[in-house]
Design a protein around this ligand. Sequence first.
Ligand SMILES: Cc1cc2nc3c(=O)[nH]c(=O)nc-3n(C[C@H](O)[C@H](O)[C@H](O)COP(=O)(O)OP(=O)(O)OC[C@H]3O[C@@H](n4cnc5c(N)ncnc54)[C@H](O)[C@@H]3O)c2cc1C
Length: 400
Amino acid sequence: MYDVIVIGGGLAGLVSALELTRSGWSVVLVERKTYPFHKVCGEYVSNEVRPYIESLGVDLNGLGAVNINRFQFSSPSGRLLEATLDLGGFGISRYALDYALYQLALEAGVTFRLGRQAESVTFQEDGFSVALNDTETLHSRLVIGAFGKRSKLDRQMNRAFMQQPSPYIGVKYHIRAGLPDHGMPDHRVSERGMLEHPFPTDVIALHNFPDGYCGMSAIEDDKYCLCYLTTRRNLRQFGNIADMERAILYQNPHLKRVFETYEFLYDKPEVINEISFAPKKAVEDHILMAGDSAGLITPLCGNGMAMAIHGARLVSQVANLFLNGQLSRPQLEAQYQTAWSGLFARRLWVGRNVQRLFGDAWLSEWAVTLIRTFPPLLQTIMRQTHGEVIAATPVSPLPS
Ligand SMILES: Cc1cc2nc3c(=O)[nH]c(=O)nc-3n(C[C@H](O)[C@H](O)[C@H](O)COP(=O)(O)OP(=O)(O)OC[C@H]3O[C@@H](n4cnc5c(N)ncnc54)[C@H](O)[C@@H]3O)c2cc1C
């Protein structure tokens, strides 16, 4: 019998397992893959959580995280605008960040079941049973559902967002600047100009193309993350990713240049499909959801990872109160749902609405014109999708 079973070992799962173990609870984390591994994600992390992540013991500078404080946006035709980011962020691969948190969790004493999948969760007599895809069944007082955007458990629970098909797919690469023999000229950004080359490391760019957008920003070891969101319809039309990229993404001249002149470091891209941005509940079948399984913000906000980490801190705080006997289960569930919605519901709503502007050729051309005319508008939108920097105090202090 564990105090807590955490299902899913992304940022939300790893941070909550780490926090609750350091608070003295017995925690087992089930993750279907084995660390380290790549994940579809733009890998730009908002500074909202930087002090907190460092306070958990992650040495971001040592991992090679790159500071980012400028934003570039291009319409499908390539019209470009640039702004300073109020809060800014940093670039780090999920391969490195999740692995660093996994190592801290191991050191803290989290028990792991790696390469195993949670198949079903049952709540009975005030406790949980979680059946894994081998013969093992785990038991606990609490379950934290940190299983990301979409999992077979969502189907098992018949969650509302699973009833509607979602048209979105995500594709990600790691790339390195300029093929050496290509001799690209060193363009600077101008009103209607091209991107600087090589791409500056303090910039996150968001390039639109018909029915999608693509983020690009620096990560550790002189690499960049190139990650885009588009629709299944685009893919179906061309049959495979490479042909779709040539036909659709290359329409944006900045993206064409990146695809033609950068070195692509994976054998094949990381791909996920059926990404849903529909509202979800933070508590379902008595499971406390954290990260994307509680709600996924549209990627153009560059804030999903910060929300997953922030949400993990929140779930750890309320779980501590329940495990200590200071909250009953109904109080725990009500408090968590209210606190989660208070922190994140508005951002998710704004993100969903802003996403409507992107990918649509006419609307995103219009958005560039509007923001060039009223530059503060961009900062206002960004502020609506981000929160305050969270306290650099873990729920449970590091053991001395
Ligand atoms: C295209 C795209 C680009 C993005 N770019 C950015 C960005 O630049 N910046 C940003 O902040 N956010 C970005 N996001 C959002 C960000 O990736 C997520 O919000 C973040 O990864 C959420 O973390 P998580 O821990 O909730 O989920 P995840 O990191 O997805 O972790 C869930 C884990 O659960 C495991 N799992 C699932 N089911 C089971 C099961 N049944 N049993 C065991 N394990 C299971 C999975 O293997 C996975 O490791 C982007 C999202 C997309 C789709």
